[in-house]
Design a binder for this molecule. Structure first.
Ligand code: MRU
Length: 328
């Protein structure tokens, strides 16, 4: 069975509680936009495209229940600041409402289009993957982070399905452990050979010739191709530069924020220090020590070999090539 992060059920949204994975598969029943906003904020659902899809259904639920659309929009908007797909999806829903279109159809289209975009990225990305490859990835960019299949993990899935000999190094992705808990779980289900590593292992593996390429997802991409993604992504891009290893980003067109040019303009989420001071349930730092939890970092375009999108591959990564994709 294909992994699903959420399922629309006519008058409510079923959501796989990702904080319980990989140990338990618990489904939440979200009945209104407040439930959805809470699920996004508390990371029961995460990953930029999945956040966008779920927010669209949240908007639908709130408006259907008779809440003021502006209020619903605002409540969902102020959940997480970095993933552009959230704002993109909410704007689409608001426009559909203003144009008198069917909101349920619009939310379903957002979901369907995201799935199709992932399949396309898988096809384009697969052309960049050698027949035998050790691939390192960060965070979770799979079916759980999207409407299905995945972005960076979707490319890996497509390469594996096409018969290539793939081994995946899975960064555990501290502190939330999206790699160890979620990516490894998806790879296990799919039977793709992999090995979970601590985030600090990447440099050693690269220095020993054990990484052929790195592929990650994105939460927001600017007009000139700078990328925000899970904290630790920038470090990997610098390591790739040092070792001459290709560094790829895979993201659908809904992740591009063409209103901004530079990585400096991307709002970066800071989360509770408590999440850094514990490892799962286990506390690992003195109670009195302050901690900083910056959840995302930014990678400049010049560190990126290519960006794989549902509309084609951007290579080299430049303002001109990004805008060409959007017919601008
Ligand atoms: O904090 P998260 O788990 O929402 O962060 C997710 C990521 O950073 C992913 O790499 C990104 O959203 C791309 S998902 C296809």
């Amino acid at each position: 069975m294909e992994v699903r992060a959420f399922v629309w059920e006519k008058d409510h949204l079923l959501l796989l509680e990702q904080r319980e994975l990989p140990h338990r598969e618990v489904w939440l029943e979200l009945k209104n936009h407040k439930d959805v906003a809470k699920a996004i904020k508390e990371m029961s659902v995460r990953g930029a495209p999945a956040i966008g899809c779920v927010a669209a259904y949240g908007f639908l639920l709130g408006v259907k229940l008779g809440y003021d659309p502006e209020e619903v929009y605002e409540e969902l908007k102020y959940t997480r600041p970095t993933a552009f797909n959230l704002f993109w999806a909410l704007d689409r829903m608001m426009n559909a409402l203003k144009e008198g279109r069917d909101l349920e159809e619009e939310a379903k289209s957002i979901e369907r289009e995201d799935y199709e975009a992932n399949i396309k990225m898988g096809e384009f990305g697969n052309e960049l993957i050698p027949n035998k490859a050790n691939i390192l990835t960060h965070c979770n960019t799979g079916a759980l982070a999207t409407a299905g299949w995945g972005t960076a993990l979707g490319v890996i899935r497509s390469a594996h399905r096409s018969g290539k000999e793939i081994n995946v190094w899975v960064d555990e992705t501290r502190p939330y452990l999206q790699g160890a808990r979620l990516t490894a779980w998806e790879l296990m289900k799919e039977g793709i050979p992999h090995s979970v590593i601590t985030d600090s292992t990447a440099g050693y593996l690269m220095s020993r010739g054990l990484v052929d390429l790195v592929i990650v997802g994105a939460d927001r991409i600017t007009a000139r191709g700078d990328v925000a993604n899970k904290i630790g992504t920038y470090t990997l891009s610098v390591l790739c530069k040092e070792h001459g290893i290709p560094f790829y980003v895979a993201a659908p067109h809904s992740t591009f924020d063409l209103n901004i040019e530079s990585e400096r303009e991307i709002p970066i989420e800071e989360r509770s220090p408590r999440e850094v001071k514990s490892f799962g349930e286990c506390k690992v730092a003195p109670e009195g020590s302050p901690a900083t939890h910056i959840a995302f970092d930014t990678t400049p375009a010049q560190n990126i070999t290519a960006i794989i999108t549902d509309r084609g591959v951007i290579k080299p990564v430049s303002r001109e090539n990004v805008l060409r994709l959007f017919d601008r």
